[in-house]
Design a protein around this ligand. Structure first.
Ligand SMILES: [Zn+2]
Length: 218
């Protein structure tokens, strides 16, 4: 899953000012930011598998540190502690819980689409995933529906500050849809370095765009 991960951030931003959109954008993809960085160094592993039909034709065969439920929970706990440290006393617990939940939401949304490659602890044989990537005609509307629902809540609950506040949301939506199209319809990157480079660039660019969007809506 890619753009669907942003649905919880948009929905949350419709209800609360904190955390900001950019922090939320990093939180919901923290697990993948970790995976891409670790796979660059060969610590976590994937390989292209052209025989797979459907979306994301790659075997994600070794992701014990980021995509096991235990690993993802540790990333969530670490992010929650950082969020608490940056929050005024009195709101720290709520802020930590929200930050942790955003990070962990990644694992549960991945669970719907991944092909039995998500372990519970480290790299145990029993891996989970309901494999909706094998059913593009179900996965695509589901993922886009999640995104559009979250985005609609955000747009309904916020107001533009000036002209840019009307334009930037659609810049964001266009960027999300273009990147999702690339993710779905182009072959996977040929090697670990370009895979990590493209992924990190996409996620961090979207987070930068989220920072801009946050500034122009109130
Ligand atoms: Zn993931």
């Amino acid at each position: 899953m890619f753009v669907g991960h942003y649905a919880p951030v948009f929905a949350l931003a419709a209800a609360r000012r904190e955390p900001g959109l950019a922090t939320g954008f990093v939180a919901v993809q923290l697990i993948d930011l970790g995976f891409m960085s670790l796979s660059y160094f060969g610590i976590e592993k994937w390989r292209a598998n052209p025989s797979i039909e459907g979306f994301t034709p790659i075997d994600l065969y070794y992701m014990p540190y980021t995509h096991s439920l235990a690993g993802a929970s540790l990333w969530a706990a670490a992010f929650a502690l950082v969020a608490a440290a940056f929050t005024p006393a009195g709101q720290r617990v709520l802020s930590a819980l929200i930050a942790g939940a955003l990070v962990l939401s990644h694992w549960f949304l991945d669970l719907i689409v991944h092909r039995s490659d998500l372990p519970l602890v480290h790299d145990t044989d029993h891996k989970l995933g309901y494999a909706l990537w094998d059913q593009p005609l179900i996965e695509a509307p589901l993922e886009l529906g999640l995104l559009f629902a979250g985005f609609a809540l955000f747009m309904a609950a916020t107001k533009p500050r000036g002209t840019m506040g009307r334009i930037v949301p659609w810049v964001m939506m266009t960027a999300l849809l273009v990147l999702q199209g690339i993710n779905w319809f182009t072959p996977p990157a040929p090697d670990a370095a370009s895979f990590a480079g493209l992924g990190l660039t996409a996620y961090l660019s979207l987070a930068a765009l989220a920072l801009w969007l946050d500034r122009v809506r109130s």
